[in-house]
Design a protein around this ligand. Structure first.
Ligand SMILES: [Zn+2]
Length: 213
């Protein structure tokens, strides 16, 4: 279900809840016209205008791989805070330590940023835990809305702008400046939580301590 459209005039990303009925919107990926659908029995969304769909589509693997290749080709990425980072180099298929392979790793002055592309599945907890162990900033770029909604998802037309500009993104791991302090703190809070849980039957997930970047 497509919940973001691109306003044709301003080229801004618009959430469907803020879209004006009858406004001019296009799909970020295939650039064809989309219309706002508001019906009582389904969530509001954008739909491709009939007759304007492009043929083709290579499936999720294709979109995932195209996106990774495109990031390598561009050599830059917008971070969740809006800052655009220019990498000295981008590795794909490279291993971090012995046990984890992010979709891509960008390097700036020896500092690594892991990049994950979300097409059908978010990064799982196990992989997040490993990335945390490596203490590496990790960005997840979310292409899932467009993958599910756009029949031309292998089209390269909009992929670049999607990656550079429109796709939502979030930090799934932030590098910690004091990883040992962090581990100690996690142990302490987990112990407190365990004790609290044992006493009261309540459970809250442990919080991560952030000490800036
Ligand atoms: Zn489309």
């Amino acid at each position: 279900m497509m919940i973001y459209g691109i306003a044709k005039e301003s080229r801004e990303r618009v959430h469907v809840t803020e879209a004006v009925n009858g406004g001019d919107f296009i799909c970020a990926l295939c650039r064809t016209k989309v219309i706002v659908v508001r019906r009582n029995n389904e969530p509001h969304h954008f739909r491709h205008h009939s007759g304007t769909r492009q043929a083709g589509g290579g499936g999720k693997t294709r979109l995932h791989e195209d996106a990774i290749d495109k990031i390598k080709e561009l050599g830059e990425l917008k971070l969740p805070n809006g800052e655009i980072i220019r990498f000295d180099k981008v590795d794909t298929g490279a291993r971090l330590g012995r046990d984890v392979v992010p979709d891509a790793i960008g390097y700036v002055n020896e500092r690594a940023y892991a990049i994950e592309i979300y097409v059908t599945h978010r990064v799982d907890e196990e992989k997040i835990a490993k990335l945390e162990q490596h203490n590496v900033d990790t960005v997840e770029v979310d292409l899932s809305h467009w993958y599910r909604a756009c029949p031309s998802f292998s089209s390269p037309i909009g992929l670049e702008e999607l990656l550079v500009k429109y796709a939502p993104r979030r930090w799934i791991v932030r590098r910690r400046r004091f990883p040992r302090l962090q581990r100690w703190w996690t142990r302490v809070t987990n112990r407190v939580l365990r004790n609290t849980r044992a006493k009261t039957g309540n459970y809250r997930a442990p919080k991560q301590l952030h000490l800036g970047i």
